[in-house]
Design a protein around this ligand. Structure first.
Ligand SMILES: [Zn+2]
Ligand SMILES: [Zn+2]
Length: 145
């Protein structure tokens, strides 16, 4: 077991408390409140190290800055297509059968990465209040096809 510096411990704690899957910059902004003298480079370095040790997960966001997850248990993510929000999805509701994938492809399967896409509750509310009037037909009583 590697010795953990105070900086690394604070970064790890911060990630476990934040459930928002922050970027390195966002981690830095929060950690700096507790450790005013920490540098952004140190945060990056520690995040890489924690990822290598398997204590956190680094989420590849395609072209966007990578985000970090303090929860290393198996779970999936759902991403809002409108804003930067990324939430957890419990694996039970999105069960993938690795055995079936292995049968279908001939691969030895070690795991999977599954990401859902959609519109988060906040963006849905915004969408409903400005923009498209009558987006929801729920109460009008004239919605029968
Ligand atoms: Zn959103
Ligand atoms: Zn997560």
């Amino acid at each position: 077991m590697q010795r953990m510096t105070q900086q690394r411990r604070v970064i790890l704690e911060t990630l476990r408390i934040l459930r928002t899957h922050p970027t390195a910059d966002e981690v830095y902004a929060v950690v700096r409140r507790r450790l005013p003298r920490i540098s952004l480079g140190t945060v990056y370095r520690n995040l890489d190290e924690l990822t290598r040790c398997g204590l956190i997960r680094k989420l590849d966001m395609g072209g966007a800055p990578a985000r970090f997850d303090g929860d290393t248990a198996a779970h999936c993510h759902i991403r809002c297509l409108r804003c930067v929000r990324l939430d957890d999805v419990s694996v039970k509701s999105a069960k993938v059968h690795l055995q079936a994938v292995s049968h279908a492809t001939g691969y030895q399967v070690f795991g999977y990465r599954l990401e859902f896409e959609g519109l988060c509750p906040e963006c849905r509310t915004k969408e409903a209040s400005n923009g498209t009037p009558g987006g929801k037909h729920g109460k009008s009583g004239q919605t029968k096809p």
